[in-house]
Structure formats: C-alpha cells, structure tokens
Design a protein around this ligand. Sequence first.
Ligand code: ZN
Length: 219
Amino acid sequence: MFQHKTIDGAALNLPLGKIVCVGRNYAEHAKELGNEVPKSPLLFMKPASAAIALERPFSIPADMGAVHHEVEIALLIGKPASGIVAADAWPCVAAVGVALDLTLRDVQDTLKAKGQPWEMAKAFDGACPLSNWLPLEKIQDKDNIHIRLEKNGELKQDGNSQQMITSIPNLMAYISQFFSLQPGDVILTGTPAGVGPLQSGDTLKATLDTHQTFSTRVL
Ligand code: ZN
C-alpha cells in the first residue's frame, strides 16, 4: 500500500484513493506525439495500486515495448472538492509534488489506433512513482510552478505551469464536475514536451519549483 509522506519523510494521515490525470495539457507535448490540442481537458485515471515511492529505485515492465517518462506537477488533495469553481480550487490542495506518469507508449499507440481506453498503458502496477509532498505554502508562486527532469545528467523535460493549456484551478474545477475529489487523492497535471523511453540503469532527477530535487533510478 502506498503511503503519502511529507518532504521530511513523515507519514501523512491521508489515504491514497485515486489518481486523476490529464493528457495533452502542454501544447508542445501534444505536438511532439502528433496529437491535436483537445478542446476540453482529456482525463484518465490511475488506481492507487499504480503508485510507488519515487525515492526508491523502480523496475519497468519488460517485453511490453517502450516505457516513457512523463514528469508532471502532482497535487495532493487535502479537502473534499465536488462541483467546485476555479476560485475554490487551491484551498483544497494540501501539497505539491512530482509524479512520473509512466506510459507504455507502444501499447498506448495500439489502443489509440483502435479507439480503446488507455488504462493498460497507464494504470499498470508501478505506473505512478510519486514524490514526497511539499506543503503548498512552501511553493514560491503557485501560479508559476517549474518542473524539470534530467535523465542520466541530461535535461530532458523543462516546463512551467504557466504553459498549461488548462490552468491548475480550472483543471480542478473541471475534474470535480465529474469526479468528487477526496482527501488523499492525487491529480497529475500533464507533462511538458521531451518525453522519451526509459532503460534499465537510467538515473533520473526531477526538480520542482526550481529548488526541490528528487532522484531515483530504473532497476
Ligand atoms: Zn501524463
């Protein structure tokens, strides 16, 4: 069972429920995969069983084609949110962190071509490494959150929440029209451009909000 933790490693008394994700929330990323920018947010979910601690080295599925990294700003829900308006969104967020939305890209391409749901490519065990959580008040400017990913010392992804097609408050309002958000739930806010395949032995370093770094490794 996944356990939410603070940035200091203390256990948080919030159960992980669901992980709600958004696809194609950065125009440059939609373009790099040859997708159109959606008119409204493209939502999908990962179950709690997909979550693992980012700080621990993790393994990736073998023999299922390419496994891509998608680094994303993650939000930990602290208060229930159902049918909210954007202005009420931030007070429902307890903390901010980093997630890797691991994606079986070849499997996803096959599913997309058949018009089928993405779960098999996105919701498998271990598909969502999640970092420890930085309290919202520690974020310098919540309307301007930076996210980066280095792989083997090389900068691969570099984005900012201002580049999002749907902003975090608008995204939360939209999500909460369909799914009630409960304390402990997580939102993944989309990936900037630069996604790519992972290999055994890769080292990864994610940086949140310019100063907070999280390192991990592919077994
Ligand atoms: Zn993603």
